[in-house]
Design a binder for this molecule. Structure first.
Ligand code: NAP
Length: 492
């Protein structure tokens, strides 16, 4: 008996994916650098399906049906290259090497090109949903050559999460497209969590609402257009009381946010692509600032607040304030999605990917951390799933909005939220509560819709100190003013 797929790297993610394949009826060959993880998996979960434990990579490959499908789930970085280097001599043209870890998309592009030169398929897939998702159904974003999806796609779709019958898995685009889209998913996730944090801070610092009561508020928000996994678990965390102290858990957790790097990668890529993803970048910076414990401690002693008094809203005003914050959260969240999707469009142009935003939004509807009712609306705004990436019928991607905020439903929703959004940002500024994503998202919105931007002055300054030239609004051409001469204008 040959296995349908081999998995090498059986730490928590690899083991859970292997079990997920087996539970879906696939025969799974197992390998791990050190044998103990393989044995533990078979001992604890061997009854969940058909596993073929192996001792070496050679044995793993020997036990695979053709075309061989080998899924690598080892530590990201050099270990992935090490495993690929060992595998390549054992494989034959048409075989598929899959990297399902959190690899950087540039590494995936490099690896794909190297393996294509040997007639091997290399497929980088983004997997979201954490440990639980890997076991029970993650969102899966596969890149690599499209033809590889014929042999691999059905397996991945079977183990993925499903939203109303649609698998949260579809071919994304060539080479590193899958890992790129997963990276942007994580960038959006950072922004999603930051706007929740800003709402919590405002409700508490300005609204005077304690965590236990906020849990109820977030729970009720989960029945609105904010309905999402992250809002749901915010209610859980805010409602949790620390057993040792009897305080809300959120009050005993050190207020320094960690990060593993995918948000930072998104911000860096946004800068490289010239993509204005301020809300996402601000959410990364907010985590960095939170972690600067020493400088924060000094700042608390040295820096003035300069805030006026912002009275806590009472009774009916309090309900209105809570609703304002909810609308500001929703609008800021929409902007961070708009920025992330806009960045995907920029990347598609840069790397020659044909990314379908409707399909991508559809994959995030379940299984992943940013899963939200909103994503179904976003998918529909972009014309649904592209059927060529998925066997089920759907609609074509024609007539997509060039920015998510231009889709009629979102344009109207933001218009309705705007007065509240502006009030909330103004209140936060007056109260000295930092709201980097609420405010940056609002500035992005205003920047987009503004008739004239001060960029004209920036161009004038650049021309003054560096003869960088400028274009005129009233006629074609490129111009320079002779600033240190008679200040006449010449055509450059
Ligand atoms: N999508 C998600 O939600 C999510 C969540 C967590 C992690 N991840 C990603 O998934 C991947 C796996 O994560 P993980 O937490 O399960 O495992 P991990 O801790 O990142 O890596 C441990 C695994 O890598 C193996 N390994 C390390 N160096 C190796 C080398 N040079 N050669 C061969 N094997 C090597 C280890 O083998 P030994 O047992 O022999 O040490 C072990 O199986 C990573 O890319 C991670 O970033 C994704």
């Amino acid at each position: 008996m040959k296995a349908d797929i081999g998995v090498t790297g059986l730490a928590v993610m690899g083991a859970n994916l292997a079990r997920n394949f087996a539970r879906n009826g696939y025969t799974v060959a197992l390998h791990n650098r050190s044998r103990a993880r393989t044995d533990a998996l078979v001992a604890e979960h061997g009854n969940e399906g058909t596993f073929i434990p192996t001792e070496t990579l050679t044995q793993l490959v020997e036990n695979l049906a053709v075309p061989r499908r080998v899924l690598i789930m080892v530590k990201a970085g050099q270990p992935v290259d090490d495993v690929i280097d060992q595998l390549v001599p054992m494989l034959a043209p048409g075989d598929i090497v899959i990297d399902a870890g959190n690899s950087h998309y540039e590494d995936t592009r490099r690896r794909e090109a190297a393996l294509a030169a040997k007639d091997l398929h290399f497929v980088g897939i983004g997997v979201s949903g954490g440990e639980e998702g890997a076991l029970n159904g993650p969102a899966i974003m596969p890149g690599g050559p499209k033809e590889s999806y014929e042999a691999l796609g059905p397996l991945l779709e079977d183990i993925s999460a499903h939203y109303e019958g649609d698998p949260c898995c579809a071919w994304i685009g060539t080479d590193g497209a899958g890992h790129f889209v997963k990276m942007v998913h994580n960038g959006i996730e950072y922004a999603d969590m930051q706007v929740i944090g800003e709402a919590y801070d405002l409700l508490r610092s300005v609204g005077g609402i304690e965590p236990a009561d906020q849990a109820g508020i977030f729970r009720s928000w989960n029945s609105t257009d904010l309905a999402s996994y992250l809002i749901e678990i915010t209610a859980e965390v805010l409602g949790h009381v620390d057993a040792q102290t009897g305080k809300p858990l959120v009050d005993v957790i050190v207020d320094q946010a960690g990060q593993k790097g995918t948000g930072r990668w998104t911000a860096i890529s946004g800068l490289d692509l010239g993509s204005p993803i301020g809300a996402i970048a601000e959410s990364v910076f907010a985590r960095s600032l939170s972690s600067q414990s020493e400088i924060r401690a000094t700042a608390q002693q040295m820096l003035a607040a300069g805030t006026g008094s912002v009275p806590a809203p009472q009774d009916a005003d309090r309900d209105a304030f809570v609703e304002d914050v909810r609308l500001a959260l929703y609008a800021s969240k929409l902007v961070s999605y708009a920025q992330g999707l806009d960045m995907l469009t920029a990347a598609a142009a840069e790397y020659g990917w044909s990314l379908d935003l409707g399909t991508i939004a559809s994959l995030w509807r379940d299984g992943c951390i940013i899963r939200a009712d909103l994503l179904d609306v976003i998918m529909k705004a972009f014309g649904g799933r592209d059927t060529s990436r998925h066997p089920e019928p759907g609609t074509t991607a024609e007539g997509q909005p060039s920015n998510l905020l231009f889709a009629p439903e979102f344009r109207d929703a933001i218009a309705a939220a705007l007065p509240a959004w502006r009030r909330v940002v103004a209140t936060a500024v007056a109260a000295g509560v930092p709201v980097p994503v609420f405010s940056s998202a609002l500035s992005y919105y205003d920047g987009l819709r503004r008739d004239r931007l001060p960029a004209a002055l920036t161009q004038g300054l650049r021309d003054y100190f560096g003869a960088h030239t400028y274009r005129r609004a009233d006629r074609e051409g490129t111009f320079h003013t002779l600033w240190s001469g008679d200040r006449s204008e010449i055509e450059a």
